[in-house]
Write a new protein. Structure first.
Length: 161
């Protein structure tokens, strides 16, 4: 029996959203975008976002539409800001982690901090991910995503167990 999958993500510039859409399409599953109520646009938003991420601050997010407890796995995606997950994803995980049955993670970054971010997401969720995937801005521009197919196949195979 196939399990229910939800892709949840935050995206400031649209990069993480593009990856989330590709994952949701590949898995034929539901998707939900997390909206940060704090204005993260422009240079000021970029700077305050990095500062909030470094300080591991939470933020206010819009109400979610899809209850994570209705899904067998939550695939959570975040940009990497200052080698950390975004405040919006930190807030989502903090609020809803008790209703996660299983998780998988993906990150998009222009620099470094992927491994640290993935580990911190695991620690915050309190669950080992079924699969992880990351992509750099350079890979996004070339539209070559090493590991993407393996990430999708791992989740597909897990969902058929």
């Amino acid at each position: 029996m196939d399990k229910k999958i939800l892709v949840v993500f935050y995206s400031r510039t649209g990069t993480t959203k593009k990856i989330a859409q590709e994952i949701a399409n590949a898995l034929s599953c539901d998707m939900e975008e997390i909206i940060d109520k704090k204005d993260r646009s422009g240079v000021r938003g970029f700077m305050s976002g990095g500062k909030d991420a470094m300080k591991r601050n939470l933020t206010e997010i819009n109400n979610i539409e899809k209850d994570p407890s209705n899904y067998d796995i939550i695939v959570i995606g975040t940009p990497v800001w200052a080698a950390n997950m975004t405040p919006a994803i930190r807030t989502y995980i903090s609020k809803y982690k008790d209703s996660f049955k299983n998780v998988a993670f993906f990150c998009a970054t222009g620099g470094t901090g992927i491994e640290r971010t993935l580990i911190e997401m695991e620690v915050l969720c309190g669950k080992k991910p079924v699969a992880t995937f990351s992509v750099t801005s350079r890979q996004m521009k070339s539209e070559i995503y090493p590991g993407f197919n393996e990430f999708i196949e791992t989740i597909r195979n897990w969902s058929k167990q």
